[in-house]
Design a protein around this ligand. Structure first.
Ligand SMILES: Cc1ncc(COP(=O)(O)O)c(C=O)c1O
Length: 390
């Protein structure tokens, strides 16, 4: 359903399709603002939970750490994947129980490990011997899972290379953890963020299930498989519905890791992206000469003020403008800062209405994840992305 919502401003008609967009289209904002609909977060959580079945959901706080989101998810019984002391403190301050928070970053400060341990957190990730030594020293006896490297990914935002270790090192690390007095409970991996279709998990699961089997053969009593995130959001390209997607992934996991005692998943993007919309405005439209074929459209938000995932044009957001339905043409879409890297889409230009002009309010859909925390504090004097919750 498309509601045409009128207001008195120059951007009189924005075709909105939800309560969230209606609010973002008309509320007064003095700077680019992310509006989050908490009920949408709840709906996504329920949809994912329905598909994930017996897997515990540890929300990846990094996707959007707004306290109201954490509070709602605590009420719904979610668990949390924290990347830092700050995220742990946030979860605990919103009522999460420490035994429901895992410290999932493979790169942790020793003092943060000690803080987590003293706060009652008992589950940590590692992908290197040195990290295990830090954990053993600062959280003696803790449970640890070893993150496995995912070498190829069909994700739009892959997490290959930087994280995880290979098969032989993974087995060594299980032994090393035991030697250090830790409790190695299993493995984790991340298929890559924004993996649009469940079947794209197949090659990754096929490869990693061999490591699970090898560890069992070597006598390790594996208890936990953490399947990470990767659950997609709708950015205009078809994706599976969340429950179907999650159920298909769990079915593939159960088939390849038979009898795994405990499953956990860490959705971030899939939980919050569609619950957010950014309201911003057109700052300028221009061409570089009278003969220039390229139209430039500059928005009040850019790469440094929340849209970092346009890096490599990886995530292509959907834009809603007051001229939707009128004639369109390609444009190079850029942010407002005095930095030539602050260009959002150029290799694959965006098709936007030719009538767009400065002052028009523009909504950017699917921006609830990985936006507000990527926003710089005052680059070029622009304040960070504001956030409102409805
Ligand atoms: C360890 C870990 N778990 C979960 C996530 C969330 O991934 P996604 O947003 O794709 O669900 C991330 C994202 O970077 C991560 O690093």
């Amino acid at each position: 359903m498309t509601l045409h919502f009128s207001d008195a401003s120059a951007s009189a008609r924005l075709p909105v399709s939800s309560r969230l967009e209606a609010y973002a289209a008309t509320a007064p904002f003095d700077r680019p603002t992310l509006v989050i609909d908490l009920d949408r977060v709840e709906a996504q959580f329920r949809a994912l939970r329905a598909g994930l079945g017996r897997a515990d959901i540890h929300y990846a706080v990094k996707a959007n750490p707004h306290p109201a989101i954490i509070e709602r998810l605590v009420q719904l019984g979610a668990h949390f994947d924290a990347a830092s002391r700050g995220e742990i403190e946030l979860c605990l301050s919103q009522g999460a129980r420490p035994e429901h928070v895992s410290f999932g970053n493979t790169i942790k400060r020793a003092s943060d490990i000690a803080f987590a341990h003293n706060a009652g957190i008992g589950l940590f990730a590692a992908d290197a011997a040195e990290e295990l030594e830090k954990i053993a020293e600062n959280a003696p006896g803790a449970r640890v899972y070893i993150r496995l490297i995912v070498e190829t990914s069909s994700a739009d935002w892959p997490l290959t290379r930087k994280f995880g270790c290979d098969r032989s090192m993974a087995l060594e690390l299980l032994d090393r953890a035991t030697e250090l007095g830790l409790r190695p409970v299993g493995f984790s991996f991340h298929v890559g963020s924004q993996t649009r279709r469940a079947e794209m998990w197949t090659p990754v699961l096929d490869k990693l299930s061999g490591i699970w089997a090898a560890a069992q053969e070597a006598g390790h009593d594996l208890q936990l498989l953490n399947i990470g995130g990767g659950f997609p959001a709708f950015y205009g390209e078809a994706i599976d519905a969340p429950t179907d997607y999650a159920a298909a992934v769990v079915a593939m996991v159960e088939e390849r890791f038979p009898g795994v005692p405990h499953l956990m998943a860490e959705p971030g993007r899939g939980m919050v992206a569609e619950a957010g919309v950014i309201a911003c405005e057109v700052m300028l439209t221009s061409r570089k000469s009278d003969r220039d074929m390229h139209r430039w459209v500059y928005l009040s938000i850019g790469r440094f003020s929340g849209l970092a995932e346009t890096e490599g044009e990886a995530i292509r957001y959907e834009f809603v403008t007051p001229h939707d339905g009128e004639a369109t043409g390609p444009c190079i879409l850029a942010g407002p800062s005095c930095d030539s890297a602050d260009v959002l889409y150029e290799k694959r230009p965006m098709n936007l209405p030719l009538a767009l002009k400065s002052g028009d309010r523009v909504l950017i859909r699917g921006t609830g994840a990985y936006t507000s925390t990527y926003s710089s504090v005052c680059f070029n004097g622009f304040p960070p992305l504001d956030v409102e919750v409805i």
